[in-house]
Structures are given as structure tokens and as C-alpha cells.
Design a binder for this molecule. Structure first.
Ligand code: PLP
Length: 456
């Protein structure tokens, strides 16, 4: 360490000597984009090695619900650490997993009684896809091998999850390795005709889905969707009636409905689970991210008794579901999840979020008039501002201009972690953010937007 080097610089240099980060062109860190070593978290704040503080406006990739280093979740983990850190989950079980399954079955939509654990969101998607396919195989319907996904969807980046994703940035390069999904046009309300309501647009898109099912249901295992908000695809939102219609179509055509609530679950959209707003129960529900309050990797796939029954047979029938990860059902992660559910049980989380969401809506509303804003949209504790080069035509800024990155860098300079998705500046803060902190986040974002569009 040279005498003039800050602790941030020293740690970043050590990191860059060996580490390779996700979702990153590492070359960026040789130039204008800092790599920030975080040494501590306090509620919604992150503190770097030089003592600078950043308000975590995106809940650290949408995982953190109740603040960093949350004492209640931390205390549960400390106790679990002294009791049982891990045990093989085949042939063995433990109370944290048992209680977690009981409680998830109780709080998720009706009919989801069976819980399969995995250790991250993409793994949950792999489980749901394989389980759906295998269900049909066990029913003598082995010709069902395909999946319907929505345009603009994102379900993770392992090969199966990426196969049912449609965000070019992640998919394009690896396309030769992937399964080919059947893409149904998204009900994304941003794409509605002028004067067409989100509900009318959703109905139109259900018509497209019906046409696809008429053609492909015989070879289709499931339709997979992100309920209400397509997050990585740009925080695009759609009307709940699409989910109601989707449930009906899946029943009519005999295909499964997979709800990927990995990003939208646990209160993000205003209800505990997004599917509740449409009053539907999917055949599979995938959960992760907020499941442990952002503490540890864990995921769960919930499904129905009939799906479970299709696998339940004498050993030599060869019907067992095979998908195993070494850390399946890790007791520490389950314990963090239980502590997270305790907070939902004991505190008025959704009520508090309604107040914060209303504040966010109020503060962002004036941006609708902005000459370079095409859309301000919000579903509960997810809000997004879509920047465009031309408001009249909605022509986007070319991605090479990296306008979103300018907002990101402005945020870091001013104590906020905002991480736009291309030209979409979004807010997905931890639920423990105060009204002043939320104002700070919006103030920094607005100033960042002005700066990002002012430069050529
Ligand atoms: C809707 C959705 N599904 C799946 C995933 C994948 O989860 P993970 O990053 O834990 O693999 C994500 C991650 O952002 C997501 O937003």
C-alpha cells in the first residue's frame, strides 16, 4: 500500500488481482467505474472501507428486505451457528427446514403444499422446469418437452433458466447452448397502444397466448412468468388480469403455470405474493432473494399435492425426482428465512410499505412531464423511470451511450446505490428505509437523471 492510497483503493487492487465479478465487464474497473469494498451494513446503508455511505436503493440485487446486518435475523443465525451449520438433506432432516416448509405452505396461495428446497433463484427455476417435465413424463406424456415464456422475461442465468429468459444481453451469446422456448408476447403495459388500458392490453396478449396454446399445448409442459413485474427486463409491469387469464388457459389446455416470484415475492408488489393480486394459485411457485431477508442463498419451489403424487411410487418404478445440490436445505439459510417470516408476522410490514410506496409515487409523479421520460411506473415497492432520447416516438437512447451508468456513478458520488437497467432508473429499496432516506434516494436519482441526459 502506497502512503497515499486509501483503504478502498488497496482493497480494490487486491480484489482485481484475482476476483472476477458477475454482470461486469472487468475492464470497466480499470477506468471510470470504481470497485467499492464494503466493510459494513447498517439498515439500508452500506459503508465502504473509506467510511463513505451509500443508501442501498436496490436492496443488493433485490434481496434485502429488513436492512443489512438486521439484528433479529443475525441473532437467529448466531444461535443456529452454535447448533447445526449443515447436514446432508437426503435421508436426514432438521427442524428449521421442517418449520420453514410448514410456514411457506401456510402463507403461499392455496394448494401449494409441497416444498422442494434449493440454494439460489436460478436453481429453483431449474427445479420447476425439470419437475414440470418429469410430472408429464410420469403421466405418460413424454412428448411434452417445451416451455412457453414471455418476451422480455428473465428467470436466471444457468442454462435452463436462461433458456426461458428473453433479455438479449444475457441470452444472445449463449443462445446456441439453450433450449428453444415458445415466446408469448408480454402483456407489458408499456407496449399498449395509445389510449389502450393495461387491462385491455393484457386481454389482447391473452388472445396471443391462447393461439400459441392451441398450436403447442400437446408439446408444452408449462408457461413460466414473472407475476406483475418483469424485473430484469426493465421493471416492466402488467395488469393482474393477465395472471387470472393465464390460470384459466393453463387449466383449459392442460399445461402447468410456473410463477417465478423470486424477485416479486415477499411484499415487493404490495401483497405478500404477487399472485394474490390476481387471486390465483400457480402449479409451481419459485421463491428466493427476500426469502432469507437477503442474508443467505436459499430458494424454494412450492407445488401441489397432485404433482407430488405423480412422483410418489415404489422405488423400482423409477419415478423419483432427481435434483440435488450439496447445500440443499442448509439449516443456517432456513433459520434466516424463519427469522424473516417472524418479522412479517410480528410487524406491519405491508402497511408500512404502502406508506413508502405512496411517497415514492408522489415524488416520482412530476417526472412524467420530463422531456426525456417516457414512462413512470410502479407496483408497490418497485418503481421505475424510463428514459428516452425522444419522448414523442419513445426512441431509446442508444445503449452504447450508457446513460444509466452515468446515473449509477452520480449516485455513488452522492451516497446512493442506484443501478439502472439500461435506460430504466428504478427503485427497489429495503423496507426499513425511512421517509427521509427515500427522499434522499429520489433526490439523488433526479439529479443523476438530469446529469445523464445533459451530456451528449
Ligand atoms: C425473476 C427472477 N428469477 C430468477 C432469478 C435468478 O435468481 P439468482 O440470481 O438467485 O440465480 C432472478 C434474479 O434476478 C430473477 O429476478
Amino acid at each position: 500500500m502506497s502512503p497515499n492510497e486509501s483503504r478502498n483503493q488497496t482493497l480494490a487492487a487486491r480484489d482485481l488481482r484475482h476476483l472476477w465479478h458477475p454482470c461486469t465487464q472487468m475492464h470497466d474497473h480499470a477506468g471510470a467505474v470504481p470497485l467499492l469494498p464494503i466493510v459494513r451494513g447498517e439498515g439500508p446503508w452500506l459503508v465502504d472501507a473509506d467510511g463513505r455511505r451509500y443508501l442501498d436503493g436496490i436492496s443488493s440485487w433485490w434481496t434485502n428486505l429488513f436492512g443489512h446486518a438486521n439484528p433479529r435475523i443475525g441473532a437467529a443465525l448466531k444461535e443456529q451457528l452454535d447448533t447445526l451449520e449443515h447436514v446432508i438433506f437426503a435421508g436426514f432432516t432438521h427442524e428449521p427446514a421442517i418449520e420453514l416448509a410448514e410456514r411457506l405452505a401456510a402463507i403461499t396461495p392455496a394448494g401449494l403444499e409441497r416444498v422442494f428446497l434449493a440454494d439460489n433463484g436460478s436453481a429453483a427455476i431449474e427445479v420447476a422446469l425439470k419437475m414440470s417435465f418429469h410430472y408429464w413424463l410420469n403421466q405418460g406424456r413424454g412428448q411434452k418437452t417445451r416451455f412457453i415464456a414471455l418476451s422480455g422475461s428473465y428467470h436466471g442465468e444457468t442454462l435452463g433458466a436462461l433458456s426461458v429468459s428473453d433479455v438479449a444481453l444475457y441470452r444472445k451469446t449463449y443462445a446456441p447452448l439453450l433450449l428453444t422456448p415458445i415466446l408469448a408476447p408480454s402483456p407489458d403495459a408499456y407496449e399498449a397502444e395509445a389510449g389502450e388500458s393495461a387491462e385491455a392490453y393484457a386481454a389482447r396478449r391473452l388472445g396471443d397466448l391462447r393461439a400459441l396454446l392451441e398450436q403447442h399445448a400437446h408439446e408444452t409442459c408449462a408457461v413460466i412468468v414473472e407475476p406483475l413485474v418483469q424485473c430484469a427486463g426493465g421493471m416492466r409491469t402488467y395488469h393482474p388480469s393477465y395472471l387470472t387469464g393465464l390460470r384459466a388457459l393453463c387449466d383449459e389446455f392442460g399445461v402447468h403455470f410456473i410463477a417465478d416470484e423470486i424477485a416479486v415475492g415477499f411484499g415487493r408488489t404490495g401483497t405478500l405474493f404477487a399472485c394474490e393480486q390476481a387471486g390465483v394459485s400457480p402449479d409451481f411457485m419459485c421463491l428466493s432473494k427476500g426469502l432469507t431477508g437477503g442474508f443467505l442463498p436459499l430458494s424454494a419451489v412450492l407445488t401441489t399435492e397432485p404433482v407430488y403424487e405423480a412422483f410418489y411410487a415404489e422405488y423400482n418404478a423409477g419415478k423419483a425426482f432427481l435434483h440435488s445440490h450439496s447445500y440443499t436445505g442448509n439449516p443456517l439459510a432456513c433459520r434466516a428465512a424463519l427469522a424473516t417470516l417472524d418479522i412479517f408476522r410480528d410487524e406491519p410490514v405491508l402497511e408500512r410499505n404502502r406508506v413508502l410506496a405512496a411517497q415514492l409515487a408522489r415524488r416520482l409523479a412530476p417526472l412524467r412531464e420530463h422531456a426525456h421520460v417516457a414512462d413512470v411506473r410502479q407496483t408497490g415497492m418497485i418503481a421505475a423511470v424510463e428514459l428516452v432520447r425522444d419522448k414523442a416516438t419513445r426512441a431509446p437512447y442508444p445503449s452504447e451511450e450508457r446513460r444509466g451508468l452515468r446515473v449509477y456513478l452520480h449516485g455513488l458520488e452522492h451516497g446512493a446505490l442506484l443501478r439502472p437497467l439500461g435506460n430504466v432508473v428504478y427503485f427497489m429499496p429495503p423496507y426499513v428505509v425511512s421517509t427521509d432516506e427515500l427522499d434522499h434516494l429520489v433526490d439523488v436519482a433526479i439529479a443523476g437523471i438530469e446529469r445523464a441526459i445533459a451530456q451528449p
